[in-house]
Design a binder for this molecule. Structure first.
Ligand code: NAD
Ligand code: UDP
Length: 347
């Protein structure tokens, strides 16, 4: 394990939990984030939970000079790159914003890494690169075919990394394809804090449970799945965080891809039932039309990560939702009530 790790997007949902996991291993974490989709209060929570202070720079990765200054200021050994825009629907409406932010910020990062002799990188890719999968569970060798601009930025960044590593053997890059991250830190002090109306199932259901939203819309019950609702591979954010630590520890020359998932499929109705069990709150829902671009089932074959990264996601769906609920019920409006209520009013 290297000693000083730069975490881009470290104030965000997955980055903040990974920063805690690194700090617990006595790593000096340097976070860069422009807080476009996060709060500085997450940094305070990381400091409390990780047991040592992280260094935080509020900068935009599109600002190459500011990023260069960060590399000059700290003896960075490796980078975990979470920063980016991630909302599928928004990426369809504003594709140029997504291509500009996700691609150019990654190019700036790779340039600054090479210029400062830093070659170790772990990148947040996504299961969305597989598009509508032809093989289930999905192995890393499955064909790629993202179906929206967000997914295409992930695919393009993967290609950029593969090409860079093929051209210069000093690069050691892991591309981590996450399935569906959910859950929160068990302290209830750090969790997912979406702005506006949540796009994803679990944050939405949690907001119904806490009384912020009236009912869940279930996007179709006529899929080809056991109960007719969409099936996904949900993974606890702490398991995801430990996957990054394992990937950093086991970087090898070149560029390799890993699925981070559990290999277990869970339906929308399974999630609703488990949330009702862990919260004791009944979740009103109505079945509505399918969401454009949705797929029936997404399920990881995680065996490559199990073997090569010596990592396994073993927290149960029950634990994921219990931890999400602790965070949501402690912080009904996320990190910053006023800011989020305003964002909702605007959204
Ligand atoms: P997040 O939005 O909570 O975190 C991303 C962070 O990046 C935010 O704190 C945001 O402020 C920051 N950021 C965005 N643009 C920036 C810029 N130009 N300069 C500096 N900082 C910037 O998202 P997350 O859920 O933690 O996701 C982290 C990464 O994992 C993203 O790359 C996302 O695409 C990927 N991913 C997420 C999921 C998921 O379901 N959450 C699934 C697969 C992959
Ligand atoms: N879903 C739903 N209602 C919602 C949000 C999601 O029924 O308000 C369904 C969605 O159709 C999918 C599953 O829940 O079958 C997970 O959706 P999410 O957006 O969380 O993840 P993704 O589809 O990106 O894998």
């Amino acid at each position: 394990m290297s000693e000083t790790i730069l975490v881009t997007g470290g104030a965000g949902y997955i980055g903040s939990h990974t920063a805690v996991a690194l700090a617990e291993r006595d790593v000096q974490v340097v976070i860069v984030d422009n807080l476009a989709n996060s709060s500085a209060k997450a940094i305070e929570a990381i400091d409390r939970l990780g047991g040592r202070r992280v260094i935080f720079h509020e900068i935009d990765l599109l600002d190459a000079d500011a990023l260069g200054d960060v590399f000059q200021a700290h003896p960075i050994d490796a980078v975990i790159h979470f920063a980016g825009l991630k909302a599928v629907g928004e990426s369809v409406e504003k594709p140029l914003d997504y291509y500009r932010t996700n691609l150019l910020s990654t190019m700036n990062l790779l340039d600054q890494m090479a210029a400062n002799d830093v070659w170790d990188l772990v990148f947040s890719s996504s299961a969305t690169v597989y598009g509508d999968p032809k093989i289930l569970p999905i192995p890393e060798t499955a064909p790629l075919g993202p179906t929206n601009p967000y997914g295409r930025t992930k695919h393009m960044i993967e290609d950029i990394c593969r090409d860079a590593a093929a051209a210069d053997r000093r690069w050691r890059i892991s591309l981590l394809r996450y399935f569906n991250p959910v859950g929160a830190h068990p302290s209830g002090e750090l969790g997912e804090d979406p702005r506006g109306i949540p796009n994803n199932l679990v944050p939405f259901v949690m907001q119904v449970a806490v009384g912020r939203r009236e009912r869940l819309s279930v996007f179709g019950d006529d899929w080809e799945t056991d109960d007719g609702t969409g099936v996904r591979d949900y993974i606890h954010v702490l398991d995801l965080a430990s996957g990054h630590v394992s990937a950093l520890d086991r970087l090898e020359p070149g560029c390799d891809e890993f699925n981070l998932g559990t290999g277990t499929g869970v339906s929308v109705f399974d999630i609703v039932k488990t949330v009702e069990n862990v919260t004791g709150v009944s979740i009103p829902y109505e079945v509505v039309d399918r969401r454009p671009g949705d797929i029936a089932t997404s399920l990881a074959d995680p065996s490559k990560a199990n073997e090569k990264l010596e990592w396994r996601a073993d927290r149960s769906v029950d634990t994921m939702l219990t931890d999400s609920w602790r965070w949501q019920s402690n912080h009904p409006n996320g990190f910053n009530d006023e800011q989020h209520l305003t964002a909702e009013a605007e959204g």
